[in-house]
Design a protein around this ligand. Sequence first.
Ligand code: PMP
Ligand code: GLU
Length: 396
Amino acid sequence: MISKRVQSIKPSPTLAIDAKVKTLKQKGVDIINFGVGEPDFDTPKNIKEAAIVAINSGFTKYCPVPGTPEIKNAIINKLQRDNNTVYLPEQIIVSSGAKHSLYNLFQAIIDPEDEVIIPAPYWVSYTDMVILAGGKPVIINSTDKTNFKITGDCIKKLITDKTKAIIINSPSNPTGSTYYSNELKEIVQVCLENKILIISDEIYEKLVYDNFKFTSVVQVSPQAKDITILINGISKAYAMTGWRIGYAAGNKEIISAMTKIQSQSTSNASSISIKAAVEALNGTQEYLEIMRKEFEKRRDYIVDRLNAIKGINCQKPEGAFYVFPNISAILNKSFNGKIIGSDIEFTDYLLDQAKIAVVPGSAFGAKEHIRISYANSIENIKKGIDRLETALKNLI
Ligand code: PMP
Ligand code: GLU
């Protein structure tokens, strides 16, 4: 009954863990959720009010499929203001989340057997979305020894006549690693020479620490913009995960193909969320810094705590709200006579015994790690890491 295409993919592991945690919480189990990646802050008030005005004024009908002129202008202004790059309205499409933008993009560019290079550790949905579009994910592994980054030389080795695109996600989910402008420049050069499209997922752009200056892929050389589809959204920066607004910017033929797909599937993103997104992008930006500073404090706290635990080795990432500690020294220890032999068994153990939810590294193509989202209050982080520490003491 179910198509082979669908049988070839798995459900999103991050959302599956979040659903499990929410069910346990509803049953009254006291779980600390380090699983899903979503800001714990509330959406700022001015943004909510813009949505209420949209409802009350009847802005509740279909909109143009790729977004209203108003939201496109807000995005164009944002890209000029923050990323110093000029786009035209026909180079922008607004979708129901950055995930949806990525989905449309893969459907628009991939022919059967086309290859997409994906640096690992990667966000859970890239590989399955490529497969669903009929393409082939080609994974480049990177480790904590290179700060989970790849270079132009790594890419060169994997290029074939089927290579269509590469995904760059900086700051990265799950590692938090962030590329410097000169590192991006080298990658862009290889892609230009080999006519490879760059899909630059910049959704964590606003969450960078230690005075790191974010640079968009499109900024690193004059030709970079021509070969890049920039993906961004408002979920992470403005604490708006549930509103479902993301966007893509780039080559107008590709944007037009994405619009065609969207016109035959979901039509426009929610009109009410579009109005809220206009306010997010055009209104005051002052709370971005408040949230960023709070995330930075939590990152500093969690990294110090984790590295003080025997068996855990955690890098201090410069972006996003994840840490991705190496847990290989813990694997093959046992609890009550049962060996914990994999990252999945370890995360199950943490959920059952310590009541903390984290995501196994294998979901991101790195099975010696776990992902911990610190988009949680300092009190909860403290409580959760205390529990982790106790759970590890119980392993022999
Ligand atoms: N890209 C990355 C790297 C992500 O972590 C997420 C998380 N949700 C998304 C894209 C999609 O975000 P959204 O659909 O909420 O805009
Ligand atoms: N991107 C977030 C995460 O990795 C949200 C869940 C999802 O969309 O997969 O946890």
